[in-house]
Design a protein around this ligand. Sequence first.
Ligand code: SF4
Ligand code: SF4
Length: 395
Amino acid sequence: MIKRAFITESSLAGLIGQLAESGRRVLGPVRSGNRVMFKEVCSMEEVDIDHIVTTVSPKEALLPRCEEIVRWKNQGKETLMADENNPAVPTVVYGLRPCDARSVEALHAVYTWDTDDGFFLSKYDTTTFITLSCRHCDEHCFCVATGGGPGDTAGSDLLLTALEDGLYLVEIVSEKGQALANEYDSFFTMAHPGVMAGSGAESGHGAAANPGGATQSGATAQSGAEAPSGTTAQSDAEARHGTTAAPSPDQIDKESYLADVEKHFDLDTLRERLEKAFDGPVWEEQSLRCLGCGACAFVCPTCSCFDIQDETYGTTGQRLRCWDTCGLGQFTIHTSGHNPRETQAQRWRQRIMHKFSYGYNRLNITGCVGCGRCSRACPADMNLAEHLIDIAGAK
Ligand code: SF4
Ligand code: SF4
C-alpha cells in the first residue's frame, strides 16, 4: 500500500541539496533557452519545473545514448580484453513526470525479457525516481489513453503532488522510496504545515519513517520543514477538503490538484484494429510526410533499440552501445544489401505495431506512455495521437 506524507518546498530544496552532497548523482530538469533537459544538479535553484515535459526523456539515466560495453588493446599478436569501466553511480532522478516514470517499467520489461541486461539493471537498481505529478498538460499529452495519468504512481519511488503554495503531498510508492524517506526522515511531516505554523499544532516530525503512524504526541513544530505562507495555504486546503481541521495526508483529494488530460482513444479498440491493419493502406497514408529522421525515437522515454559499434584508436578500441531506431532506413539493412523494411511506410508500421501491439502481446506492456514528445519534436508535424485516433476512432 502506498504511504503518504507532506513535504514543504523549502524542505524539498533541502532534500535535493543533501542528496547531491551525499555523493549521489542527482539529475533534474534544467532549462536552456526553450529546451528543458535532465542534467546533473547540486541544488533546487538549478531546476526548472515550469514545463509540461522535458525535451528529451530521462531514460538516459538508465540507458545512456552511447555507453561502453567492452574495451580492448592490441599487443603484438594478442588482443587484451577488458570489461567496461563505467560502474553505475547511485542516482536520484528528480522532477520527471508520471508518464516518464511509467516508461521505466516498459524499459525494464524489455531489458529483462529473455536475459537480464546487466548494463541496464545495474543502473536501474541504483536509481531512485522522485516524480512530480502534472498540474498542467498540453494538446500533445495523451497519457490517460495509454493507461497512465497525471498522478499515476507506476514506476515512481516517490511521487510528489503540488498542493497549496509551497506544499507537496508525498506518496511513498516503493521500497527504494521508503528507504530514501527513512534516510532523510526529518524533511517529511505528517502534519499540514500551514496549520502547524498558523495554530501551533503539534507536528508529526519523523513522519516518513512511520508514515502510517499517529502524530507524535508532544512534538513541537518541525524544525526541518518551514511552513508555506500559512493562512492562504490553510484556507485553500480547507476549501478543497471541506473541513476546518488540518487534513492529514490520507485525506488529501489528490485528483483535484491534477491536470485534466483528455482520453483521446480507447486502447483496447486500438489494439483490436491494429490486429487487422498490417496490410492496410493506413501506413502509407500516415507516413507520407515522415522524413525518417528518428527525432521521435530519440526523445521517446520508451524507445529501447540500440546499435553496437566498434571504435578503434590505433592499438586500442572500445565497443559501444548507442541508441538506434526502427524509423531509420539502415536499421534493418542486411549485409547482403537487402532491407526487409525498405519503405518509410513499413518503418512507421513497425513503430506503431511495436509500441501498441507486439509489446503488449509479448511482454504485456504498452510501449508508449503518451508523453507527446514525439509530436512536439517532429520536424514534419507528425502527430502520433491524431494518427492513433485515426486508427482507433476518437473516444
Ligand atoms: S520525427 Fe517525424 S519525420 Fe522524423 S522519423 Fe519521427 S515521425 Fe518521421
Ligand atoms: S511514442 Fe511518442 S508519445 Fe509515446 S512515449 Fe514515445 S515519445 Fe511519448
